[in-house]
Design a protein around this ligand. Structure first.
Ligand SMILES: Cc1cc2nc3c(=O)[nH]c(=O)nc-3n(C[C@H](O)[C@H](O)[C@H](O)COP(=O)(O)OP(=O)(O)OC[C@H]3O[C@@H](n4cnc5c(N)ncnc54)[C@H](O)[C@@H]3O)c2cc1C
Length: 303
């Protein structure tokens, strides 16, 4: 079947894009592998009208919305293995089946590498977080920690004061805090813990303390940390132009990548990660795709 648009990835970006394309009556297939970044989180914080909705409920509601549009097909739990150019179109290979699409929207998010701290996997999304805007409110006024991944990011710990007086910077013995930052944090009474982290103390999926060299446990209820990330294999396989932080480079208005006809939206093209921002990007990318496609189809006498 010839698709107008293949949307690869069914997180907030891909779902929002498919909605715009369905409402624009474009033959659209949404492929989703079902491995969202926020799978371990109990809720999505800060999505207007959907505040604190469970990630699974968010997706379920979006699927129900999309089923109202006959030109949209949902291929859930379906991974796209490869995308190839086929003349002016694209061949999509997904779980043994083959599709042809006039345009492609990549909305595959990012893959978080495991956090190199013992016991972190059990806490990711419940008290080990990537973003205080998403989860800071729920841990407000508790003892919080920030683990700086590099010296330039150490001052970021001050942001946590929005949510608690009791905040601490951890360096895991691998980040040298710059002198100006040391002075600023001392003046703000924000302690710096520079010993190596050897464990995370917890009760169930709740962090209770950070254990450092010498087997000393420092009581903390939440740890904020930015994991190393990589692109999904299907995106990496396209060898698209990336920016200096490994996000897919796109045009500011049209969200087109370095391959004409392939667009990208959501976490994979920006360091600014949030469900609402991803949905907005997906929606804007779909507007641009639909506009260009419609003009092309009119020019070819097909619309
Ligand atoms: C633990 C955690 C908690 C978070 N909490 C919040 C929060 O409270 N509020 C908030 O606003 N943001 C939160 N975020 C950030 C938010 O989840 C992301 O910004 C958002 O999900 C990005 O949307 P996306 O559509 O770009 O990608 P994703 O939501 O990651 O979706 C990408 C989808 O693409 C699919 N995919 C990948 N490769 C393929 C392929 N080859 N074929 C088919 N499908 C594929 C995946 O299976 C996945 O379903 C959180 C993130 C994490 C990690």
């Amino acid at each position: 079947m010839l698709l107008d648009v293949a949307v690869i990835g069914g997180g907030p970006a891909g779902l929002a894009a498919a909605l715009v394309l369905g409402r624009s009556r474009k033959r659209t297939a949404l492929f989703d592998g079902g491995t969202p970044r926020n799978a371990t989180a109990a809720y999505i914080g800060g999505f207007v009208t959907q505040d604190r909705i469970a990630p699974a409920s968010f997706r379920h509601t979006a699927h129900e919305d999309l089923r109202a549009y006959p030109s949209v097909d949902l291929h859930l739990d379906t991974m796209v293995d490869r995308i190839e150019r086929a003349g002016a179109k694209f061949r999509i290979l997904a779980s043994g089946a083959e599709y042809t699409a006039r345009r492609v929207l990549l909305a595959t998010g990012m893959i978080d590498e495991p956090i190199p701290l013992p016991g972190s996997r059990e806490l990711w999304g419940t008290s080990l977080f990537q973003c205080p805007y998403c989860h800071g409110y729920e841990v407000a006024d508790r003892p919080l920690a920030f683990l700086a991944p590099e010296p330039g990011e150490a001052p970021w710990v001050q942001l946590l004061r929005s949510w608690s007086r009791d905040v601490m910077l951890f360096t895991n013995a691998s980040v040298e805090v710059e002198p100006a930052c040391r002075v600023a944090l001392a003046e703000a009474s924000i302690p710096i813990e520079e010993r190596r982290i050897i464990g995370l103390a917890r009760t169930g999926r709740q962090l209770t303390g950070i254990v450092v060299d010498g087997n000393v446990t420092i009581p903390r209820s939440a740890l904020f940390f930015r994991p190393v990330q990589r692109q999904a294999p299907v995106v990496a396989g396209l060898a698209l132009a990336l920016d200096d932080r490994n996000y897919v480079r796109v045009g500011e208005d049209d969200y087109e990548t370095s391959i004409r006809g392939i667009h990208a939206a959501g976490d994979l093209m920006t360091h600014y990660h949030g469900a609402l921002a991803a949905a907005a990007a997906g929606s804007k990318a779909a507007h641009s795709i639909n506009h260009g496609l419609t003009v092309d189809l009119v020019g070819q006498g097909l619309l």
